[in-house]
Design a protein around this ligand. Structure first.
Ligand code: NDP
Ligand code: OXD
Length: 309
């Protein structure tokens, strides 16, 4: 039996080298050179080509190398009858927390406002709240939301978080469920999205959600473009209610050239780079999960296919 690696041929990470280092006895076959497809027992996938997992008659486990799994469900042939594990990678979590910190500090210190002042040749000091006067809300208190909260906490921000199930976390005002979404938004001057894309969270950020954020609020989306109704986001920015949007992810990626978000003065665009799985820290986690699976134990990061994350 063999492990099939379904990553893009241009992916520069040394997946095979890292896999051989921790699983020296395993046979690794990299798509599309799979040999006899019936040999593949475990599939390691990023965003495989549609249909790439078809005909793997003895496949028993799918381990995603991305934190999010929504991209897999876009393929109608994706096998939904097998255990699916998502990536919990300390390297990715650290990288996401770093990106979130950079964007939160830029918003807090009003760097977007000063950029616009610079463009207009304006020399003017703006009011600057202290960190402990600034409310930051994190949507999603999973691996990445909690890592982000931990990195932000020492700065003294007034932190809040929103999740599906109720939580108690040190130093974070916790809100849960749809009933508590608006009270959470109303106190989030800087809102950081770290939710998974599921049927419940698709298009969550619509006109009502943007209106619930405080006037002048900043929306930072580091999760998925499918969370956002782009027309409603543009309307909230154009109306002057939303102060800035920092967007790493989009409904369509790459962001089409004609999309108005590219040139909007209150939008910052990055090309889906907030965090990448780091093969060096991720592959040992994958190896542990394979060992757990083979021992009949539950792998870490098992996806609830009903909930979609
Ligand atoms: P987790 O599964 O660990 O955490 C998800 C969090 O979202 C949980 O707290 C969960 O609540 C909450 N949640 C899920 N559904 C809802 C809902 N309907 N209402 C309220 N809260 C909800 O995911 P990760 O933290 O590992 O990753 C989050 C996402 O980040 C990924 O799915 C991916 O889309 C994105 N991502 C983006 C990257 C980029 O480069 N831009 C890189 C990596 C990931 P509960 O705790 O109650 O279950
Ligand atoms: C992920 C991503 O989900 O890179 O890991 O977006």
């Amino acid at each position: 039996m063999a492990i099939g690696l379904f990553v893009h041929p241009d992916d520069p990470r040394d997946w095979v080298g890292e896999l051989h280092a921790v699983l020296p006895k395993e046979e690794i076959r990299r798509w599309p050179d799979l040999g006899d497809r019936a040999d593949i027992e475990i599939a390691l996938v990023g965003k495989p080509e549609p249909g790439a997992l078809q005909g793997l008659s003895r496949l028993r486990l799918i381990h995603c190398l991305w934190a999010g799994v929504d991209q897999l469900f876009q393929d109608p042939t994706f096998p939904r009858n097998l255990p699916l594990v998502r990536m919990i990678d300390p390297g990715l979590a650290a990288s996401m927390a770093e990106s979130a910190l950079a964007h939160v500090l830029a918003a807090h210190r009003r760097l977007h406002d000063y950029r616009r002042q610079q463009d207009a040749g304006t020399w003017k000091a703006l009011p600057q709240p202290r960190a402990d006067e600034r409310s930051v809300g994190i949507l999603g208190l999973g691996e990445l939301g909690r890592a982000t909260a931990s990195l932000l906490r020492p700065f003294g921000f007034r932190l809040a978080g929103w999740s599906r199930t109720a939580k108690q976390l040190d130093g974070i005002a916790c809100f849960a469920g749809r009933d508590q979404l608006h009270p959470f938004l109303q106190r989030s001057e800087i809102a950081v999205n770290l939710l998974p894309l599921t049927p419940e969270t698709r298009n969550l950020f619509d006109a009502g959600v943007f209106a619930a954020l405080p006037a002048g609020g900043v929306f930072i989306n580091l999760a998925r473009g499918g969370h956002v109704v782009e027309a409603d986001l543009l309307a909230a920015l154009d109306a002057g209610h939303l102060g800035q949007a920092v967007l790493d992810v989009f409904q369509t990626e790459p962001l089409p050239q004609g999309n108005p978000l590219w040139r909007h003065p209150r939008v910052t665009v990055t090309p889906h780079v907030a965090a990448f799985t780091d093969a060096r820290t991720a592959i040992p986690e994958v190896a542990h999960n394979i060992a757990r699976f083979r021992a009949g134990e539950s792998p870490r990061g098992l996806v609830d296919l009903e909930a979609g994350y």
